[in-house]
Design a protein around this ligand. Structure first.
Ligand code: DGI
Ligand code: FE
Ligand code: FE
Length: 187
């Protein structure tokens, strides 16, 4: 499926605001690919599809996971915002014909990150956070600069901010989210 076809399909599926966000992530990912000499087409596709599982409520997303035979651990069921990443990686393959494992993994890990990410995983993880439409939050301009100057440091700060935010909100932290920060803070 070419990018234009995926784009049209997504526009029908996502809320306008979510669709705009995916456009922002797509072009930000492409810019980062230019900076780091990564394949631009892959970055565009991964950025465009990263939130393709984010429609309906997390409950509905969980129900779809069950329907498609995607196993969710108890820990994953506890952390509702993570379900759309797992569902998204499945749908990217099943509904948008993406076979490229690098792209599928970038979608799967875009919310939590993971230790020792591939270049594409880092690009999507950061592009999601820094795209121009994101609401301004403390530390965002620094991460925007770092994303184009020191990508591992940018990942570290991004993970640190997410952990601080979750702590402030008293929300459960997924082990992968914690491991991402641990890995990049020791790098
Ligand atoms: O889908 P987006 O909103 O574009 O962005 P995202 O996929 O990075 O999801 C962001 C949300 O995920 C944000 O509210 C923080 C949340 N999140 C990330 N890691 C964890 C988490 N929420 C919980 N409860 N636990 C985590 O470990
Ligand atoms: Fe997301
Ligand atoms: Fe997103």
């Amino acid at each position: 499926m070419d990018l234009e076809t995926i784009n049209k399909k997504l526009e029908k599926k996502l809320k306008p605001e979510r669709y705009r966000h995916t456009q922002g992530v797509m072009y930000t990912a492409a810019s980062m690919a230019m900076r780091y000499g990564y394949d631009i087409q892959e970055a565009l596709t991964a950025g465009l599809l990263h939130d393709c599982g984010k429609f309906g409520t997390p409950k509905e997303q969980a129900r779809l996971c069950k329907k498609y035979g995607i196993t969710l651990s108890d820990a994953e069921m506890e952390v509702l915002p993570l379900i759309h990443a797992k569902l998204g990686a499945y749908l990217a393959k099943a509904e948008y014909e993406v076979e490229n494992e690098r792209i599928l993994n970038a979608i799967l890990y875009h919310t939590t990150g993971r230790p020792d990410m591939t270049m594409l995983e880092k690009i999507v993880y950061l592009a999601d956070y820094i795209e121009p439409g994101r609401k301004m939050i403390p530390g965002l301009s620094e991460i925007r600069t770092l994303a184009f100057t020191d990508i591992d440091q940018a990942v570290c700060l991004c993970a640190k901010n997410t952990l601080a935010y979750l702590k402030w909100q008293a929300r459960p932290v997924d082990t992968m989210t914690a491991k991402t920060y641990e890995f990049y803070s020791n790098k």
